[in-house]
Design a protein. Structure first.
Ligand code: DAS
Length: 365
């Protein structure tokens, strides 16, 4: 099926899917022949992969989260060759609107499905803006070795050479692969397999936006096969101490950004608003400006946990490097970027307020 029909199908399907699908509704791809193909459930949350634009050349300024999971599945009949696919529309949002509550709902649904013997793997279609965050959150709370693969698209479904269909095919293929089991939550974009902990969006619009600079991606999808060359050394999924099954909320943790001329206002405001944790996305190796340090000390004295991270993006944030963390009773983020350090600190705070214990977690996950 070549692209124009595929786009028309998606466009036609958009109105159909919106009326047909209520959260939790299940739909199936074309009935796959009764074979031993793995059962893969696609949980759709929205994003550009479900987006539509006014023309085939609209690759910015389109509307995300308009195409339902049924249309996404129907637009890729090849899915039936690699798995027996069913779909659920969990949310229909642009991922800049993803929230802690969305994450808890999604994680609970993921764990319920993975506990079912007739589910072999999951694909989660997602907006690209916070895809790396949802992936890492799930990496820490999924309680199964079965593959969980997040996928998005950099171009809307109606665009020339839309990347969503091939990305979705690759994601289902990976979720159906035995090799993907036990490797933690994975991200597939642009024929590349990335680890949830380290992958990050590095470009606002190009197809190769998702990368793992320095530490490297895990492998490739090529010729309808998954090829792994490495795996993460950090604990994940079944190996973690986090359990969200009984949680209805996550502790408030916010991020303050470091830059020339920065002052204490943001730190003070977050603490006044009740933040239980502050991630300081500092310049360089997490340096603390003299004008901000007193506010962070005050935050710590009021019981907030302070984690020193870096805005730089790569490298180890060294404990007791640019600040005396032992003396300040702060935590060092290791190699987690600020947005992922926030996720780990939120989950850590569901278990402990001991900075010693929380630092151990940052060296473990
Ligand atoms: N707004 C973006 C999002 O939903 C669109 C995308 O890139 O998926 O994350």
């Amino acid at each position: 099926m070549h692209q124009p029909k595929r786009r028309l199908l998606l466009a036609a399907g958009a109105s159909l899917s919106l009326s047909l699908l209520l959260p939790g509704a299940s739909v199936s791809a074309q009935a796959a022949p009764a074979t031993s193909l793995p059962n893969v459930v696609i949980l759709a949350t929205g994003g550009t992969i479900a987006g539509t634009g006014a023309t085939s050349t609209t690759t910015v300024g389109y509307t995300a989260a308009t195409v339902g999971v049924q249309s996404l599945i129907q637009a890729v009949p090849e899915l039936a060759k690699v798995a027996r696919v069913t779909g659920e529309q969990v949310f229909q949002i642009a991922s800049e609107n993803m929230s802690n509550e969305h994450w808890l709902t999604l994680a609970k649904r993921v764990n319920v499905l993975l506990a079912q013997p007739n589910v072999d793997g999951l694909v989660i279609t997602h907006g690209t803006d916070t895809l790396e965050e949802t992936a890492y959150f799930l990496d820490l709370v999924v309680k199964s070795k079965k593959p969980v693969v997040l996928v998005g698209a950099m171009r809307p479904s109606t665009a020339l050479s839309a990347d969503g269909p091939i990305n979705l095919y690759n994601a289902v293929l990976l979720a159906a692969s035995a090799d993907a089991a036990g490797k933690g939550v994975l991200v597939v974009m642009n024929d590349q397999i990335q680890a949830a902990r380290e992958v990050t969006k590095t470009n606002t619009s190009t197809l190769d936006a998702f990368r793992t600079p320095e530490l490297g991606m895990l492998g490739y999808i090529q010729g309808s096969k998954a090829f792994f060359y490495r795996q993460s050394t950090r604990k994940h999924t079944l190996e973690t101490e986090f359990d969200v099954s009984s949680l209805t909320a996550l502790p408030m943790v916010e991020i303050v950004y470091g830059y020339a001329n920065v002052g204490p206002v943001a730190v003070d405001a977050f603490v006044a608003a009740g933040a239980k944790g502050i991630i300081h996305a500092g310049v360089g190796d997490g340096s603390l400006a003299a004008k901000v340090l007193p506010a962070l000390k005050a935050a710590r004295q009021k019981g907030a946990i302070v984690v020193r991270a870096s805005r730089v993006g790569q490298g180890i944030l060294a404990r007791n490097g640019e600040a005396n963390d032992d003396e300040l009773d702060f935590v060092a983020a290791d190699t987690l970027n600020p947005q992922k350090a926030r996720i780990l600190l939120m989950l850590a705070l569901t278990k402990t307020t001991s900075t010693r214990d929380i630092q151990r977690m940052f060296y473990t996950y």
